[in-house]
Design a binder for this molecule. Structure first.
Ligand SMILES: Nc1ncnc2c1ncn2[C@@H]1O[C@H](COP(=O)(O)OP(=O)(O)OP(=O)(O)O)[C@@H](O)[C@H]1O
Length: 339
């Protein structure tokens, strides 16, 4: 378990992390979500005692990180600290970590196997692809067999196979009863991975909720209807106590409507329909709406609240890999724990 109490970090005038209080519990993947610059990495660094808080406190299983006897055995992390020595082989990199943390060398082969790098164990990591580097960083995090794991944007820049692998690994680790805390700036990724969500914007806590509640609250569903005879459709709907919202392009949106019922109603009144489609606002859109006021740098165009941003219903979680994957940071892998 990780407990944050009033955690705050200021850099001069800039408040990067602003009185964060929340708890990361074991047995589930907790997603740590926020737009670029929200303070995720800074928070994670303070959790690992790599940065000093200006105020507040982080406890790992009730203790400060610095008071943990063998921290590697409590908490493993994949951060963004570019600290892997590229001249070392994967095996030697992990062996150095193991030796400096009093972990048996036999564990190196185990974690290489877990992350699928056994066949390249004797290769220097500077020749590794981004995905292999991420796997090596994750192997480092797993080395001490810790109960708590922390991953900062672990899927950034990975191909679909790598993303799928990391997602399943995180879920498996949580299913083993471990505490898994993973940051992302993409709601669509979290929707597929996390059971619990902590959302921050400009360092402040915006939401601390189960994924199921977030979906229930934010995935507005409605039916879009278009007809060449809107007056008659409106009357027919009104007679059935259905009040549509008329949009700018003349189509109707019926909040929580049942497409079958609306289609049958139209047929009964011999009304021609040009569209009858169930829609669901995407979770990505809900996230953007939640954080709209706290995004540091806006691109042109609208951020949220625009019905045009809704997506047709295919999958409630609306995974949109590739779309919008912007890789906001250099993902050079590291455990961030090398001395
Ligand atoms: N060493 C530093 N000195 C000054 N400002 C900093 C420092 N580190 C971070 N910041 C600022 O603190 C804020 C939070 O940064 P942080 O990297 O924690 O955000 P993030 O949520 O991890 O974002 P990203 O997804 O872009 O990495 C940003 O405005 C950043 O510019």
């Amino acid at each position: 378990m990780i407990e944050l109490q009033g955690l705050t970090k200021r850099y001069g005038d800039k408040t990067a992390v602003d009185h964060l209080t929340f708890t990361v519990r074991p047995g589930v993947v907790t997603g740590f979500l926020g737009p670029n610059g929200a303070g995720k990495s800074t928070t994670m660094r303070m959790m690992l005692d790599l940065d000093n808080p200006t105020a507040g406190d982080v406890r790992i299983d009730g203790k400060h990180y610095r008071d943990l006897n063998e921290p590697f055995k409590y908490i493993g992390a994949l951060l963004d600290a570019k600290a892997i020595h590229g001249g070392r082989t994967a095996y030697n990199h992990l062996l150095c970590l193991a030796q400096s943390n009093r972990i048996p060398a036999s564990r190196v082969d185990e974690v290489l196997e877990t992350v699928g790098l056994s066949s390249v164990a004797k290769k220097r990591s500077k020749g590794f692809s981004l995905g292999m580097g991420q796997r090596l960083g994750i192997a480092g995090a797993l080395l001490g067999d810790p109960e708590i794991l922390m991953f900062d944007e672990p899927v950034n820049g990975l191909d679909p196979e790598g993303i799928h692998w990391i997602r399943n690994l995180m879920k498996d680790l949580a299913a083993q009863g471990r505490t898994v805390f993973v940051s992302s700036h993409l709601m669509s990724e979290m929707a597929l991975t996390a059971e619990h969500l902590v959302v921050i914007g400009q360092g402040r806590l915006l939401a601390d909720t189960s994924m199921a509640d977030f979906i229930a609250t934010n995935s507005r569903s409605y039916v879009r209807v278009r007809t060449p005879d809107p007056e008659r459709l409106r009357d027919a709907l009104a007679a059935a106590q259905i009040i549509p919202v008329v949009t700018g392009d003349g189509s109707f949106e019926i909040e929580g409507g049942d497409p079958a019922r609306i289609g049958e109603l139209a047929a009964k009144h011999q009304l021609t329909l040009h569209e009858l489609s169930p829609q669901r606002a995407s979770l990505e859109e809900a996230f953007m709406q939640l954080t709209a006021d706290s995004v540091e740098y806006h691109a042109g165009g609208h951020l949220a609240g625009d019905p045009a941003g809704a997506v047709p219903v295919t999958d409630p979680a609306a995974p949109q890999w590739g779309a919008g994957w912007s890789g906001g940071k250099d993902s050079t892998p590291s455990t961030g724990k090398e001395s």
